[in-house]
Design a protein. Structure first.
Length: 198
Protein backbone atom coordinates (compact mmCIF):
# COMPACT_ATOMS: atom_id res chain seq x y z
CA UNK A 1 0.00 0.00 0.00
CA UNK A 2 1.09 3.61 -0.12
CA UNK A 3 0.98 7.24 0.90
CA UNK A 4 -0.69 9.44 -1.69
CA UNK A 5 -1.36 13.14 -2.22
CA UNK A 6 -4.63 14.68 -3.34
CA UNK A 7 -5.49 16.23 -6.69
CA UNK A 8 -5.02 20.02 -6.68
CA UNK A 9 -6.61 22.31 -9.27
CA UNK A 10 -4.54 22.38 -12.45
CA UNK A 11 -4.08 26.12 -12.00
CA UNK A 12 -2.43 25.67 -8.58
CA UNK A 13 0.97 24.60 -9.87
CA UNK A 14 0.85 27.36 -12.49
CA UNK A 15 0.20 29.90 -9.73
CA UNK A 16 3.22 28.61 -7.79
CA UNK A 17 5.42 28.70 -10.92
CA UNK A 18 4.42 32.31 -11.58
CA UNK A 19 5.22 33.29 -7.99
CA UNK A 20 8.59 31.55 -8.27
CA UNK A 21 9.32 33.41 -11.50
CA UNK A 22 8.51 36.70 -9.83
CA UNK A 23 10.94 35.88 -7.04
CA UNK A 24 13.78 34.95 -9.40
CA UNK A 25 13.47 38.48 -10.76
CA UNK A 26 13.83 39.94 -7.25
CA UNK A 27 17.23 41.19 -6.08
CA UNK A 28 19.30 39.06 -3.68
CA UNK A 29 19.17 41.87 -1.13
CA UNK A 30 15.37 41.80 -1.05
CA UNK A 31 15.29 38.05 -0.46
CA UNK A 32 16.28 36.35 2.77
CA UNK A 33 19.27 34.01 2.61
CA UNK A 34 17.12 30.89 2.35
CA UNK A 35 14.88 32.35 -0.33
CA UNK A 36 17.89 33.62 -2.24
CA UNK A 37 19.51 30.19 -2.13
CA UNK A 38 16.33 28.49 -3.29
CA UNK A 39 15.37 30.77 -6.14
CA UNK A 40 18.64 32.11 -7.47
CA UNK A 41 20.85 29.02 -7.28
CA UNK A 42 18.71 27.19 -9.82
CA UNK A 43 17.57 23.60 -9.83
CA UNK A 44 14.36 24.10 -7.85
CA UNK A 45 12.02 21.10 -7.85
CA UNK A 46 8.45 20.99 -6.60
CA UNK A 47 7.40 18.07 -4.41
CA UNK A 48 3.91 16.56 -4.49
CA UNK A 49 1.38 18.97 -2.97
CA UNK A 50 -0.51 18.38 0.25
CA UNK A 51 -4.06 19.65 0.70
CA UNK A 52 -4.38 21.99 3.68
CA UNK A 53 -7.31 21.74 6.09
CA UNK A 54 -8.16 23.97 9.04
CA UNK A 55 -10.11 23.60 12.27
CA UNK A 56 -11.51 26.30 14.56
CA UNK A 57 -11.52 26.12 18.35
CA UNK A 58 -15.20 25.23 18.34
CA UNK A 59 -14.58 22.37 15.92
CA UNK A 60 -11.74 21.04 18.09
CA UNK A 61 -14.14 20.94 21.05
CA UNK A 62 -16.63 19.00 18.90
CA UNK A 63 -13.84 16.43 18.33
CA UNK A 64 -14.92 15.73 14.78
CA UNK A 65 -12.18 15.57 12.14
CA UNK A 66 -14.86 15.66 9.45
CA UNK A 67 -15.43 19.32 10.37
CA UNK A 68 -12.01 20.23 8.96
CA UNK A 69 -12.37 22.67 6.06
CA UNK A 70 -10.25 22.42 2.92
CA UNK A 71 -8.39 25.72 2.55
CA UNK A 72 -5.79 25.21 -0.17
CA UNK A 73 -2.58 23.42 -1.09
CA UNK A 74 0.96 23.42 0.24
CA UNK A 75 3.90 22.73 -2.08
CA UNK A 76 7.40 22.02 -0.79
CA UNK A 77 10.15 23.42 -2.99
CA UNK A 78 13.40 21.46 -3.09
CA UNK A 79 16.93 22.58 -3.87
CA UNK A 80 19.37 19.70 -4.41
CA UNK A 81 16.72 17.41 -2.86
CA UNK A 82 16.65 19.53 0.31
CA UNK A 83 13.34 21.16 1.37
CA UNK A 84 13.96 24.90 1.54
CA UNK A 85 10.69 26.74 0.96
CA UNK A 86 6.98 26.01 1.13
CA UNK A 87 4.49 27.68 -1.19
CA UNK A 88 0.84 27.88 -0.24
CA UNK A 89 -2.07 28.32 -2.61
CA UNK A 90 -5.56 29.22 -1.45
CA UNK A 91 -8.38 27.37 -3.14
CA UNK A 92 -12.11 27.51 -2.54
CA UNK A 93 -12.76 24.46 -4.69
CA UNK A 94 -12.99 23.72 -8.37
CA UNK A 95 -10.24 25.25 -10.45
CA UNK A 96 -10.04 28.43 -8.39
CA UNK A 97 -6.52 28.96 -7.01
CA UNK A 98 -4.69 32.04 -5.74
CA UNK A 99 -1.12 32.27 -4.49
CA UNK A 100 -0.97 32.92 -0.76
CA UNK A 101 2.62 33.03 0.46
CA UNK A 102 6.07 31.47 0.66
CA UNK A 103 7.31 30.13 3.99
CA UNK A 104 10.84 29.29 5.15
CA UNK A 105 10.01 28.42 8.78
CA UNK A 106 10.58 25.16 10.66
CA UNK A 107 7.54 23.45 9.15
CA UNK A 108 9.26 23.26 5.76
CA UNK A 109 11.79 20.66 6.89
CA UNK A 110 9.38 19.16 9.41
CA UNK A 111 6.82 18.40 6.70
CA UNK A 112 9.42 16.41 4.76
CA UNK A 113 10.51 14.65 7.95
CA UNK A 114 6.90 13.80 8.87
CA UNK A 115 6.33 12.33 5.40
CA UNK A 116 9.36 10.04 5.86
CA UNK A 117 8.04 9.04 9.30
CA UNK A 118 4.62 8.30 7.84
CA UNK A 119 6.08 6.14 5.07
CA UNK A 120 7.72 3.93 7.71
CA UNK A 121 4.49 3.26 9.64
CA UNK A 122 3.08 -0.26 9.61
CA UNK A 123 -0.39 1.15 8.94
CA UNK A 124 0.85 2.81 5.74
CA UNK A 125 2.55 -0.41 4.65
CA UNK A 126 -0.78 -2.22 4.98
CA UNK A 127 -3.26 0.42 3.75
CA UNK A 128 -3.57 3.46 1.47
CA UNK A 129 -3.58 6.91 3.07
CA UNK A 130 -3.88 10.39 1.64
CA UNK A 131 -1.33 12.79 3.15
CA UNK A 132 -2.78 16.13 4.18
CA UNK A 133 -1.87 19.10 6.33
CA UNK A 134 -4.10 20.00 9.30
CA UNK A 135 -3.81 23.48 10.80
CA UNK A 136 -5.36 24.76 14.02
CA UNK A 137 -4.05 28.34 14.05
CA UNK A 138 -5.62 29.36 17.37
CA UNK A 139 -3.75 26.55 19.15
CA UNK A 140 -0.49 26.84 17.18
CA UNK A 141 -0.85 23.34 15.73
CA UNK A 142 0.24 22.04 12.37
CA UNK A 143 0.09 18.30 11.79
CA UNK A 144 0.53 15.79 9.03
CA UNK A 145 -2.87 14.15 8.61
CA UNK A 146 -2.97 10.66 7.11
CA UNK A 147 -6.52 10.07 5.91
CA UNK A 148 -7.54 6.49 5.21
CA UNK A 149 -10.78 4.79 4.37
CA UNK A 150 -10.97 3.12 7.76
CA UNK A 151 -8.95 5.38 10.05
CA UNK A 152 -6.93 8.58 10.38
CA UNK A 153 -3.50 9.25 11.85
CA UNK A 154 -2.20 12.64 12.99
CA UNK A 155 1.45 13.57 13.48
CA UNK A 156 2.00 17.01 15.09
CA UNK A 157 5.03 18.88 13.77
CA UNK A 158 7.29 20.92 16.06
CA UNK A 159 6.90 23.52 17.34
CA UNK A 160 3.41 22.57 18.52
CA UNK A 161 0.94 23.11 21.33
CA UNK A 162 2.22 22.03 24.75
CA UNK A 163 -0.67 19.57 25.06
CA UNK A 164 0.74 17.53 22.19
CA UNK A 165 3.98 15.63 21.74
CA UNK A 166 5.62 16.57 18.46
CA UNK A 167 6.37 13.72 16.04
CA UNK A 168 4.13 11.30 17.96
CA UNK A 169 1.37 9.47 16.08
CA UNK A 170 -2.15 10.15 17.37
CA UNK A 171 -5.55 8.71 16.61
CA UNK A 172 -8.25 11.41 16.25
CA UNK A 173 -9.60 10.42 19.68
CA UNK A 174 -6.18 10.89 21.30
CA UNK A 175 -5.51 14.08 19.35
CA UNK A 176 -8.77 15.79 20.28
CA UNK A 177 -8.61 14.42 23.80
CA UNK A 178 -5.36 16.32 24.29
CA UNK A 179 -6.43 19.51 22.53
CA UNK A 180 -10.11 19.95 23.46
CA UNK A 181 -9.37 21.27 27.00
CA UNK A 182 -6.88 23.75 25.55
CA UNK A 183 -9.43 24.89 22.97
CA UNK A 184 -12.09 25.29 25.66
CA UNK A 185 -9.70 27.29 27.85
CA UNK A 186 -8.75 29.51 24.92
CA UNK A 187 -12.39 30.17 24.07
CA UNK A 188 -13.21 30.95 27.71
CA UNK A 189 -10.31 33.40 27.83
CA UNK A 190 -11.32 35.07 24.57
CA UNK A 191 -14.94 35.39 25.77
CA UNK A 192 -13.99 37.00 29.07
CA UNK A 193 -15.16 40.61 29.58
CA UNK A 194 -12.57 43.24 28.73
CA UNK A 195 -12.24 44.13 32.39
CA UNK A 196 -11.20 40.55 33.18
CA UNK A 197 -8.59 40.55 30.41
CA UNK A 198 -6.77 43.62 31.70
Amino acid sequence: MSLKSGNPPEKALQVVAEAMQNLTETSHEALGSTMSRAFNAGGVDVAAPLEVYTLTLEEVIEKDLRKAEAAGWRYTLLNADEPVVAAEVNSSGGEDAQFSHFNTGPFVEETARAILQAESLDEVAENDYEARILKIPALYVMALWLHGERDDILIPMPPTNEKLEAQKTYSPKEFFGALAPAADARLSFDDAPDAEKS
